[in-house]
Ligand binder design. Sequence first.
Ligand code: SAM
Length: 263
Amino acid sequence: MLDASARQSDDDSNLNVPVALDFLHASAPWDTAMRLAVGTTPEPVPFEKERREMIEVQLRRRGIRDERVLEAMFQVPRHEFVPPAFLKAAYEDRPLPIGQSETISQPYIVAAMTLAARVEAGDKALEVGTGSGYQAAILAYLGAKLYTVERNLQLAEAARERLARLKFAGIEVIGGDGSEGYPPAAPYQIILVTAAAPDVPPFLLEELAEGGRMVIPVGDLFHQDLLLILKHHQQVARRVLDPCQFVPLIGKGGWPERGGPLL
Ligand code: SAM
């Protein structure tokens, strides 16, 4: 099984550019505004330096400039979504293992998918592949009402507990095969698939609302393109966003569980 869930950075020449790091210590606008409004000395933010570095070096420099998305990426504590053994690596530019042979995606790919989905407060969203719950938390932070489906029931339970402990509201974690969609809450303004599909599952296309956005990695088991699917007047348009590498989507609308090329 592939162990990387996202575009690896060795093909990204931005990483080889020497970086002036002094700007990382300056407060971001939202941070300053919050401190002024509250008028008190704030609690220290765990991993603050690492979070700022992630925002500036991994995201802003690679073209993610939407302040709402950047704020969500700064505020959601990624270190709470990784196993203790990977705590120090939580804000690094790579996917990390979360147990059960699965991964939490690289920060860049989470931000790129979130940006492409153009999340508005109140949007109804479906995520396929809850994993750690991190992408779900980012969408919820931006105000989406989220249904997230995970086929691995142990991961689903752990994510449910984690999101409740961290007090993320408006997220329902469902155990099952999300490649078939989740009809009880359809249609969705946003569908995000965080595992690689051989093609866009027809079940998901049916559940995308008019004007909806779906972001999904499509390709073979080793290389995929991240696609943005737009539905307008029952017409479907596809845009290729980024090359990427995700773990497989396994199920009725994805790859077979056993006997497939990889398993
Ligand atoms: N979004 C996750 C996060 O923020 O941690 C990372 C997702 S991980 C790259 C892909 C996940 O998709 C795995 O947890 C895997 O079990 C799940 N998955 C694969 N096929 C699935 C399916 N048919 N339905 C639901 N989840 C599936």
